[in-house]
Ligand binder design. Structure first.
Ligand code: PLP
Length: 377
């Protein structure tokens, strides 16, 4: 049983056929449609699709004009690019510990990490559960700190009933196959801010902006752009966007299947006091279903994962305690013990299989295998 699996059917193939037979394979109608669907679903004014969420996060730090001397607060337990996006532009990623109950940023730790150089915070909605945005906003807005929502795991996630992605200054989504909606690789930036949207649109497209066209050229069969800043090519192709358009049309179904699997795990595992289940939240989209062992550390966790693998059940640790990873630990001389909750999550978490199409007998097999493995380790 694999950890995750995308769900494609005739709808994606039909959209691909439409795209390919139109001959328009990038920066065309499929990208526009995909952007429109993302913006509508997340209640934001602008959505701009990109090559990945990593690209979206990089565009976010560029659009906010972060640079050397600036600091960005990042939760200590997340995917590494939540932090890299600060470092890409010469700013410094400063880590703050997480709340173990949610695996998301602990607002008190965020407040402690703030210095006069703090310019932004990355609010990661880890595994599909919204970060505590009200608390984060209350701390950030007093000090003019921008909020970047890392919503890589959080398409369809809601916070207090409101979709994420438009609740901070910039939102960043991922369409990697480990995520809920996939285009192979892909991402999106979301924002309600016209200036930020314009900056992201230019930076993802070679730094181009609309040019003043001299009168004698205005009638020519060309389009004129100005290039007044450095830029990149971080655009999604229309071929990928075509898959995204089809995926978005079944988002509610994809979310319902994930919630069904999550409920199934809860039914089978909630009596146990030797494992900790994910926080219960109606807005959780369950990009991942991550449990934690209550007793024992990394060795026991690894032994459990080996036992599951022996019965062909694929698992992974939750994600990384990023301050413990070589680049950050070495560069800033970090001591991982300063992030105790992130280290506990790093050492004791297990991501269980979750994907649309998982069956009740799949759930039984995981629960039974876990039961035996917990007794034996
Ligand atoms: C997957 C993920 C990313 C990166 O997404 P890509 O599209 O693979 O670049 C960033 N942040 C978090 C929290 C993620 O889970």
């Amino acid at each position: 049983m694999q950890l995750t699996a995308p769900k494609f059917d005739e709808a994606e193939i039909e959209m691909l056929r439409t795209c390919l037979s139109s001959g328009w394979v990038t920066q065309g109608p499929m990208s526009q449609k995909f952007e429109q669907l993302i913006a509508e679903r997340h209640g934001v004014k602008h959505a701009l699709v990109t090559t990945s969420c990593t690209a979206a996060l990089h565009l976010a730090t560029m659009a906010l004009d972060l640079k050397a001397g600036d600091e960005v607060v990042v939760p200590a337990f997340t995917w590494i690019t939540s932090a890299h996006c600060a470092e890409y532009v010469g700013a410094r990623a400063v880590f703050a510990d997480i709340d173990l109950a949610t695996y998301n940023l602990d607002p008190a730790a965020f407040e402690t990490a703030i210095t006069p150089r703090t310019r932004a915070v990355v609010a990661v909605h880890l595994f599909g559960l919204a970060a505590p945005l009200d608390d984060i906003r209350a701390i950030a807005s007093r000090r003019g700190i921008a909020i970047i929502e890392d919503a890589a795991c959080a398409i369809g996630t809601t916070y207090d009933g409101k979709p994420v992605g438009g609740l901070g200054d910039i939102g960043c989504f991922s369409f990697h196959p480990r995520k809920i909606v996939t285009t192979g690789e892909g991402g999106a930036v979301t924002t309600n801010d016209d200036t930020i949207a314009k900056a992201v649109g230019s930076l993802r497209n070679h730094g181009a902006s609309a040019a003043h066209v001299p009168d004698d050229e205005a009638v020519g069969p060309w389009t004129m752009s100005a290039y007044n800043q450095i830029g990149y090519n971080l655009r999604l192709s229309d071929i990928q966007a075509a898959v995204g358009v089809a995926q978005m049309s079944k988002l509610d179904g994809l979310l319902a299947e994930r919630r069904w699997v999550a409920d199934g795990y809860r039914e089978r595992l909630s009596d146990r006091n030797d494992i900790v289940l994910p926080a219960v939240d109606p807005g959780h989209s369950y990009q991942s279903f991550v449990i934690r062992i209550a007793e024992g550390g990394r060795q026991r966790r690894n032994a459990l994962m080996v036992s599951l693998a022996k019965r062909s059940i694929q698992t992974r640790p939750g994600t990384h305690a990023v301050p413990a990873l070589g680049y950050y630990r070495t560069k800033y001389g970090l001591c991982p013990q300063h992030f105790p909750n992130a280290m506990i999550a790093e050492d004791t978490s297990i991501t269980l299989p979750i994907f649309p199409g998982m069956t009740a007998s799949d759930l039984d097999l995981v629960a039974e295998t876990l039961d035996r493995a917990l007794a034996a380790t």
